[in-house]
Design a protein around this ligand. Structure first.
Ligand code: FCB
Length: 459
């Protein structure tokens, strides 16, 4: 094979997962309940009634999963730490058995020659904190800083790369206004308060990680490339609002130390009348980072939509004032997401142009596709659509690097098929198939392709 995109020596190749999506063992070794336990156990919220109770049973099978990573040849593995395993009640006593699990996982990775990259928050908020207001309240950000300090103290010397939050957009907006993620709230102001407290929590966690002297600190954002459905002024205005809500609400405070100047036209009195920002917050939020994590899957095509004054949740949520539409003429994945790799290049180049020297080096912390793949009679999984997706997105990434964007690593989502949130187990993103009946792991063609791509690089 000669058609692999090539990357500079030292470029990090990785694979990613998240705690609630793979671990299972939700009641083991003192783990407390998280908002995703509550959400998935509420009838009607997750497809097929699926929950993360067992998931990929990674909690017990992690040695086997580390072997899969080693044989894949990745440099780094991105996993997340379940806050309710460490601080079961969200505040108060620390659970040593929870820390032990991640300590064993980290040692297993290091012994396999793989660098751990840990995410502190991939959406499994302790339920006890949600009961006290969740991300709507400042207290949750303070507790997050404390949890970060505990984890950094125990694992900081062995984990070189730290990610504070994964995709705070999903936590704030899917969680508190669209209601399609835990805790399933549909609020206007609550979602904007959640966005701010997530940013403050990020800042407090950065402080804690720095105090522990860890090597690299960053945050992972799911930045979106928003395209107007038509050239009409209404659709272009909808793109401005979408850019504000998806991107600028995070990148402006984190990278430029200011709030977006388009927030008023996006949210009106919901944002101008807010009282959750404090003096000093922008300094806290904009502390320098060693890298910015970017997750990218697909562009969003935005069209203006009627705005219902009477429903602030819908005003804040993505499903009001603009509507997502499909992109004509391209393949859509099993998620219904358009495959348009050129938009990945455009997003990264645009980010670089907007922030210039204020943009830290990037890591692509997730990229991949859900496909309706199956086990063939020959026992293999011939997921050629996923192979094409990965090849084309890595090629698009390389193009962004050639255009001057400083990208240091790429993590495929995901190592394993897993619990895809509100979609349950029906959507498969893995490069390794998981049979949920037997927990058997079957590397797919995409796993072999990624292994060959890594092996073909000049290291
Ligand atoms: C991202 C999430 C990740 C996974 C992928 C498909 O938004 O971070 O957990 O669900 O999407």
């Amino acid at each position: 094979m000669t058609d692999f995109p090539s990357f500079p020596p030292g470029f990090v190749f990785g694979a990613a997962t998240a705690s609630y999506q793979i671990e299972g063992a939700v009641q083991e070794d003192g783990r407390g309940a998280s908002i995703w336990d509550t959400y998935s156990h509420t009838p009607g919220l997750v497809a097929n009634g699926d929950t993360g109770d067992v998931a990929c049973d990674h909690y017990h099978r992690y040695p086997q999963d580390v072997t899969l990573l080693r044989e894949l040849g990745v440099d780094s593995y991105r996993f997340s730490i379940a806050w309710p395993r460490i601080v079961p009640d969200g505040a108060g006593p620390v659970n040593p058995k929870g820390l032990d699990f991640y300590s064993r996982l980290v040692d297993e990775l290091l012994a396999a020659g793989i660098e751990p990259a840990a995410t502190l928050y991939h959406w499994d908020l302790p339920q006890a904190l949600e009961d006290g207001g969740g991300w709507r309240v400042r207290d949750t950000a303070e507790r997050f800083g404390e949890y970060a300090a505990v984890v950094a103290e125990h694992l900081g010397d062995r984990v070189p790369r730290w990610i504070t939050l994964n995709e705070p957009w999903c936590s704030a907006f899917l969680g508190y206004s669209v209601g399609r993620h835990a805790p399933g709230a549909r609020e206007g102001r609550g979602a904007l308060a959640a966005a701010h407290h997530l940013l403050a929590g990020h800042g407090l966690a950065v402080r804690a990680l720095r105090a522990a002297g860890v090597r690299e600190v960053g945050i992972t954002l799911n930045l979106d490339h928003n395209l107007p459905a038509t050239d009409s002024p209404a659709d272009r205005a909808a793109v401005t609002r979408a850019d504000t809500q998806h991107n600028l609400v995070w990148t402006e405070p984190i990278l430029a130390g200011r709030y977006p100047d388009t927030e008023e036209e996006t949210w009106g009195e919901l944002i101008t009348g807010q009282d959750f920002r404090r003096d000093g917050d922008l300094e806290l939020i904009s502390q320098p980072l060693d890298f910015l994590g970017v997750n990218y899957y697909r562009p969003i095509v935005v069209a203006d939509a009627p705005y219902r004054e009477s429903d602030p949740a819908r005003r804040v949520a993505t499903d009001n004032r603009y509507e997502e539409v499909r992109l004509p003429g391209v393949r859509h994945t099993a998620m219904g997401w358009p495959v348009a790799p050129g938009t990945f290049t455009d997003l990264l180049v645009g980010l670089h142009e907007r922030y210039g020297d204020a943009l830290p080096p990037l890591h692509i912390t997730e990229n991949g596709s859900a496909e309706d793949d199956w086990v063939s009679p020959d026992g293999a999984v011939h997921d050629s659509d996923r192979v094409a997706y990965l090849r084309d997105h890595l090629t698009a990434l390389r193009a962004a690097m050639d255009a001057g964007v400083d990208v240091r690593g790429y993590y495929v989502w995901s190592l394993l098929d897993n619990f895809e949130w509100a979609f349950g187990y029906g959507k498969r993103f893995g490069i390794v198939r998981v049979d949920y009946g037997t927990q058997e792991r079957t590397p797919k063609d995409s796993y072999r392709w990624y292994r060959a791509l890594i092996a073909a690089q000049q290291r």
